[in-house]
Design a protein around this ligand. Sequence first.
Ligand code: HQG
Length: 175
Amino acid sequence: MDKIRLSKKLAYILRHNPLKYNLVLDRYGFAILKRVAEALGVGEEEIRELVKNQEKKRFEIKGNKIRALYGHSAHIEIIYKPSSPPSNLYHGTSRKMVKSIEKEGLKPMQRKYVHLSKNIEDAISVGKRKDPNPVVFVIDAEKAHKDGILFYEAGPVFLVDYLPPQYIKEILYRS
Ligand code: HQG
């Protein structure tokens, strides 16, 4: 199967809808790799190759199990261990969202968590999915963490349940 298609299918199953393929996730989000391969009609090796070579670390294989590291739907419960964030984190999004985010903070919307990037470049790519000229929110992660907000590191991103607006340090617009 074409790599992009396989990656999208894996993301769909492991982040959003395992039941559609009669699969279940354990509480850490893992499914049995063999079952996932069978469900998609591909070889286990093909999935292992994709995960080994992924540019953005979306999936993780441990032994005979595979999981999506982030991006899960709101109805999927996953246990992460909290970790300390760097002083700043970034969130790229569409210009249209700015007012609402300034007022309400960052909400997880359809997903389980708010996703924060580790650098501005990543945040710009995330934002570009929504807007050719995205904005980047600079987040005072250090202060939020000190104030008791839990951060979870998941592959290339940090996750939080919700980020109140007082932790927005700055909004960067591209000129
Ligand atoms: C916005 C992809 C209005 C938020 C990406 C975002 C990422 C608000 C949208 C990962 C809001 C949700 C996640 C508020 C948040 N008012 N809008 N109060 N609070 N929003 O797609 O972070 O390539 O669910 O700004 O690259 O864009 O699939 O989240 O625009 O890493 O691996 O609500 O998914 O990864 O959008 O993306 P999303 P996201 P993959």
